[in-house]
Design a protein around this ligand. Structure first.
Ligand SMILES: [Zn+2]
Length: 437
């Protein structure tokens, strides 16, 4: 699971970086201080009451009264959005009921530490929450930029790198160091019943493309991928050279240079992970929303991935695994199946006659038996799809195992088989999709 999505029962939290300008930062910071002060003010009143009478019942209406008093004593608190004040109330209520729960547990003989809720320093109050999506905040598109609009604060750029699934319940603005984040808590969507599998598609991890679909669609590897792959391969070579030194006696300078190379490589690796995550989130969402009804993919062998010394390939494999996880989650919650098939010989098998031949670097698969000419990755993705169909008809105990003929946008399968390159170009031109990714 990604670090920026958190599961909380049937709620999920989505965290996005936001970029408030100086004026808005000031507005946010001011509100964090106000919320902190309001929290402490109310706690002070609770504490006074509790010190007077340890049996005093401090319930919701008592807290409500304290809130009203605090606001009338200091009108500044009115600058806090009413829902945000409500959240301060909820936080205090939580702290207070935790305190009572622990008191009770201690009386029952449990070993727990019991401390009265503490006053919060500004260092410990780094967020403000808007509890209900009732217009206090919204996300708007301004040309190609996503903007977060927050009532009384204003608009700021938001890095919305994934869609929020489900219904948004709260939005919290959080400050971490000098960075600001918006965290949305959304009620998770319930998985839909399985849909009828009328438009299945096979997906292959291409050699030059990121994915190739059995209907001939190709999604190119993003440019950053290739750039980073090159850089990572180079750093890997440097590090390998410097690791050799270690076998011999190495000087301080050499080990310093080696550590530097290591750090550099780690940085590059993190960069490609972040960038490819965004790309893959978009792609998997698109695939699930395109009208396919199931997805067939290759099952990757993890052991092979570790042994693989080809850096570019291992990046591809690692991203592929993450991509399949994203796709599976999204597809399954939409009632679609992701079928993982045995990856053996998928590139070597002819998708038309089933013949097997060795294949080297060539881009086109040419069958010696039936004469099929097809882009090698499209051929492989059709094999992947066929394999998933075979497995399915077997598991449903149906006698005839038929070859699945893909029904893509190509007017005829024959045309696609003979002119994969032309189709590819026209597809890129027509949809602009490949260049998007
Ligand atoms: Zn053939």
């Amino acid at each position: 699971m990604n670090a920026d999505i958190k599961n909380m029962g049937d709620m999920r939290a989505y965290k996005f970086r936001i970029y408030p300008d100086a004026k808005r930062q000031e507005e946010i910071d001011k509100r964090m201080v106000l919320a902190q002060q309001l929290y402490n003010k109310m706690l002070e009143k609770v504490k006074t009451e509790y010190t007077k009478d340890k049996n005093s019942k401090i319930n919701k209406s008592t807290l409500n009264r304290y809130m009203k008093d605090a606001v009338s004593e200091n009108k500044e608190f009115l600058k806090l959005y009413s829902q945000t004040r409500q959240d301060v109330f909820i936080r205090l209520q939580k702290a207070y009921s935790n305190f009572f729960r622990r008191c009770r547990e201690k009386r029952e003989g449990k070993k727990v530490k019991v401390g009265f809720p503490r006053f919060k320093s500004i260092e410990r109050y780094k967020s403000i929450t808007y509890p209900q999506d009732n217009g206090a905040f919204s996300i708007e598109k301004e040309r190609k930029t996503n903007m977060l609009r927050v009532s009384c604060i204003g608009r700021m750029k938001i890095e919305l790198h994934r869609p929020i699934d489900g219904k948004t319940k709260t939005m919290t603005i959080k400050k971490e160091g000098k960075e600001y984040y918006a965290i949305f808590a959304a009620e998770q969507i319930i998985s839909l019943p399985k849909i009828e599998d009328t438009n299945p598609v096979g997906i292959d991890m291409g050699v030059n493309n990121f994915v190739v679909l059995s209907n001939g669609k190709m999604i190119q590897k993003p440019k950053f991928f290739k750039k980073r792959e090159k850089r990572i391969a180079k750093l890997q070579r440097i590090l390998a050279r410097r690791t050799k030194w270690e076998v011999q006696q190495i000087s301080k300078l050499q080990s310093k240079r080696r550590n530097k190379a290591k750090l550099h490589l780690q940085k590059e690796w993190n960069g490609v992970t972040n960038q490819s995550n965004d790309f893959m989130q978009n792609l998997s969402t698109k695939l699930v929303n395109t009208g396919y009804t199931s997805f067939a993919v290759e099952k990757l062998q993890i052991q092979n991935m570790v042994k693989n010394h080809n850096r570019a390939q291992s990046i591809q494999n690692a991203s592929w695994n993450r991509f399949i996880n994203m796709l599976s989650y999204k597809a399954e919650s939409a009632g679609m199946e992701v079928i993982r098939v045995n990856p053996q010989y998928t590139s070597m098998t002819c998708s038309n006659c089933g013949g097997i031949k060795k294949i080297g670097e060539e881009r086109t698969y040419i069958c010696d038996k039936c004469g099929l000419r097809m882009d090698r990755d499209i051929n492989a993705s059709i094999n992947i799809l066929n394999r998933a169909r075979e497995g399915h008809s077997r598991s449903h105990a149906q006698g005839d195992i038929r070859q699945y003929v893909p029904t893509g946008d190509a007017s005829s399968v024959e045309e696609l088989r003979t002119y994969p390159e032309t189709f590819r170009e026209s597809f890129i031109k027509a949809s602009g999709e490949a260049s998007d990714f």
